[in-house]
Ligand binder design. Structure first.
Ligand SMILES: *Cc1c(COP(=O)(O)O)cnc(C)c1O
Ligand SMILES: [Zn+2]
Length: 452
């Protein structure tokens, strides 16, 4: 398809529509984030009929055949499902760094310790910028690149507010595509790695004296002007890329569903995405039930947990407190309504974990060979609680979504093993022992430690 034949105003079979149900379709190449009638979030909708021209088995075969191919861009876990993501995106506008297709880590030893026979960790942090945010950003930046080729397009740059990982992903994909990026970070509230990533990728990094929710307000005002495109997860294009993770997990189990998926949540985009992927699979006959989704929150930033406890009668906002899980330090989650549907339609659960619990969960996982980021620690701690309470059974297959790579959070790891984290008792600390360089001293230490 050439650029001339692209539908510039028509919406085709894939379009934005109001999540709250208002009439109307909007092109995904328009600069629009909310419903013009009711201000709700939009969602990208794929008409189901054209997709049903291929049966469930044929879809599985197609996606299986593309996994990890070098036939660009199909080796990407996202673009390998291109027909379900953004079918009319031109090859030359795909901005991909081969994201997705991350490994499912069989946490056999950790599972046994927790009392589970079948525990898996989906390592979404094994990705270009070290977090699952790459999955959404490849879609958003690709659509922006295509937009920028269209006539009368106003977009000149992309921007986001971030708790760290969104900005790392946006900066990398924008740099790859040659599009300017403006990043709003809460000063002093992101890790060193998270700060240096957008700096290295040449983004315009603005560190503001506020928290994430404060940055979010400002970026929304700045992007009122259509020349700067908003890349936060209220932009539902990102959800389209992130939704592939659930489909990918299913493919990795030879198209069988796990019983539980436990995911750390902040702004609630990723859990909404997970659900949206399963919804599509269900409608196309690839699956016939939903896995149960568990949203895991840090107790220091737990508005969704509080809302769940009140039966989702009303949305709760809090002022998010300090947490080691800084990427989910969010008090006023933007994708609240979508996440409520995700929990309700999957018979899901929302649970929380304290700083002590998340730090201990990371340390225990690391002792079985992982290198868990604090957000993954929140999910692992919640898993532990649900196994202990009997809600997750020994024989259930559970998958924990590990959202980022532990190497982005070495400050946290070092603090833990030096027993220097506030409010955390480092019961599994394993600091190095400093010794004189003599064989005698070394032998004595080894015999003390290993009884040899
Ligand atoms: C963004 C992020 C989350 C939270 O995802 P939401 O879509 O905001 O709920 C969790 N963990 C990490 C590491 C993240 O970067
Ligand atoms: Zn609406």
């Amino acid at each position: 398809m050439s650029i001339e034949t692209l539908p510039e105003t028509s919406t085709g079979n894939v379009y934005f529509r109001c999540f709250a149900g208002c009439e109307g379709k909007h092109s995904i190449y328009d600069v629009i984030y909310r419903c013009p009638k009711c201000n709700s979030l939009l969602e990208v909708h794929h008409d189901r009929e054209p997709l049903k021209s291929r049966n469930a088995y044929k879809w599985q075969q197609l996606f299986d055949s593309r996994a990890s191919t070098t036939n660009w861009p199909y080796g990407s876990g996202v673009w390998g499902m291109r027909e379900w993501v953004v079918p009319d995106l031109l090859d030359e506008n795909v901005v991909s760094m081969c994201e997705g297709n991350t490994n499912l880590f069989w946490a056999n030893r950790l599972g046994k310790q927790l009392g589970l026979d079948d525990l898996w960790i989906k390592l979404c942090g094994n990705s270009h910028t070290g977090s699952f945010k790459d999955l959404g950003m490849t879609v958003l930046v690709s659509v922006v690149k295509q937009m920028m080729t269209m006539k009368d397009n106003p977009v000149r740059a992309v921007a986001c507010a971030s708790t760290g990982d969104t900005s790392a992903a946006l900066a990398a994909y924008a740099a790859y595509a040659g599009i300017p990026a403006v990043i709003f970070l809460p000063a002093g509230k992101v890790s060193t790695a998270q700060l240096i990533q957008p700096v290295s990728n040449g983004a315009h990094v603005l560190a503001l004296d506020t928290d994430f929710d404060g940055c979010m307000k400002i970026v929304q005002e700045v992007t009122q002007d259509q020349s700067i495109y908003l890349a936060n997860s209220m932009n539902s294009l990102r959800i389209e890329g992130q939704k592939t993770v659930g489909i990918e997990i299913c493919r990795q189990f030879d198209w069988e569903l796990p019983d539980w998926i436990i995911i750390p949540v902040g702004n609630l985009g990723n859990i909404s995405a997970l659900h949206k992927g399963f919804r599509l699979m269900m409608d196309l006959g690839l699956i016939h039930r939903m896995p149960r989704l568990v949203a895991a929150q840090a107790a220091q930033a737990d508005p969704f947990y509080k809302a769940f406890k009140n039966g989702f009668k009303e949305k709760v906002s809090v002022t998010a407190g300090e947490t080691l899980a800084n990427a989910i330090r969010i008090g006023d989650p933007v994708s609240y309504e979508k996440a409520v549907s995700a929990v309700k339609e999957t018979d899901g659960i929302v649970e929380q974990a304290t700083e002590q619990e998340l730090a201990a969960a990371c340390a225990k996982a690391d002792l079985t060979g992982m290198f868990a980021c604090p957000h993954t620690g929140v999910a692992l701690a919640v898993l532990e609680k649900l196994v202990a309470s009997g809600q997750i059974k020994k024989s259930d297959r559970a998958v924990v979504i590990s959202t980022a790579h532990g190497l982005k959070f070495t400050d946290f790891k070092v603090g833990y093993h030096e027993s220097k984290l506030d409010g955390v008792n480092s019961e599994h600390a394993n600091p190095p022992t400093y010794l004189p360089a003599t064989t005698a001293a070394v032998k004595e230490e080894i015999s003390k430690r290993l009884g040899l």
